[in-house]
Each structure stands twice: as structure tokens, then as C-alpha cells.
Design a protein around this ligand. Sequence first.
Ligand code: DX5
Ligand code: ZN
Length: 227
Amino acid sequence: MSFDRSIKIAPSILSADFANFGAECEAIEAQGADWVHVDVMDGHFVPNITFGPATCAAIRPHIKGVMDVHLMIAPVDPYIEAFAKAGADVITAHVEAGPHIHRTLQAIRGAGAKAGVALNPGTPASSIEHLLDMVDLVCVMTVNPGFGGQKFIHSQVDKVRQLRTMIGDRAIHIEIDGGVDPTTAPLVAAAGADVLVAGSAVFRGGSVSDPAPYGENIRAIRAAAQA
Ligand code: DX5
Ligand code: ZN
């Protein structure tokens, strides 16, 4: 994975057909997705449950590009090795998920993955100021994590701008997660984000048997972000 700050669209399979993940991953990549975003939820850190490392390992062969695993679980550390073995390229943990985020980020890199840190809407940019040499990606949650299809929280755009300044020339991606669509993508792109996660705005209107709308949706978000 070489570093690249151009806009990348990362569809979240949280909005895919759960009975058909392999084919859905292949369809979104064929339709222009740059990364595949995989939302892991435990019903404890967030009020929803999705799936774990076995599902990630099962879908890995169906993804040619970057598998971006977003862990909304607590604790994180006991499961890092399993997600790395499942083939995650990026493993993102929440700064709010435990008392030792520094140790968690070390463990992610130690397991051979790129390390991401996610911030809930109420968590300030300054909370990771002393971790910047430990991370490859900062994920700004623009909804409260747990569900797809929620409304974008506009107050987070200023946080993106602050992070962009803090990061400077470092090779760190800024990822936006939640409520991204063609109306919100330009706001976060202008503030300095380069990885745009989108679930409902990518999958709406399409299916594995009719994937063309996925491509139209991805192109609309990318064009809006680049405008
Ligand atoms: C929310 C997840 C998101 C979510 C985004 O907890 O982390 O990745 O799927 O979905 P949309 O794009 O529908 O807001
Ligand atoms: Zn996510």
C-alpha cells in the first residue's frame, strides 16, 4: 500500500446484502470502489452486532484492493491478531474503546497491518495529538457509530480541518465515516479528508444482479468531492 492523498471511495459493506458479501465486494470493486470498508460491531462498544474475523477471512479472497477493517469493539487488543490473520490491510480502533490506545496501535502495526485510530463525534482532535507517529489513518466519525443511514453531523468538518493541520506532511490518511453522499463529500474533501466511507449512498438502488447503480453512486460522490 503506497501513500496517496487523492480521493478514495470506500463503500461500507454494512449496507450490502449480508447473504452475499463475496459477490458484493467484487461488484463494488468492479464499479470503481478504491477500498472496501468492513464494519465490525460487538453489541457492547456500539449498540449493534455485525460479524468478526471469520467473516473477514471469508470475504478477503473476493477483494483485490485494500480491506479496511473498522473495529467498533471493546476490548480491541485480544482480537487484533485474528483480524490481521484474516487479511485486513488497515485495522482501525477507537480511541474511546479502552485506556491504552497507544498499546493497541503498537499491536496493530506489530501484527503487520496499517494502524488506524477512529474518533467519535464527541472526541476532540487533540486526543490523538501525541499518537501521530503511531498511525497511518485517522477516521473521523461523522455519525455516532453503530448504524448506517444516519444523518451527517456537520460540526465534525471543523475537526477534519484541525486534523489536517496537525498531520502536515505526515503520511496519514484522513477518513470520513458516516453520512457521506454527494452533498457532504465536498465539505470533508475541502477540509482535507482523502478516504470517504459511504454505505447507503453507494448501495442504494443497486444489487449484485444490477450493480450499475453502485458505479453511478461512486462516481457521483467522487465527482462531488473533486469539484
Ligand atoms: C457506522 C459505520 C459506517 C456506516 C456508514 O457505524 O462505521 O461505516 O456503515 O454508513 P452510511 O454511509 O450509510 O452513513
Ligand atoms: Zn465504519
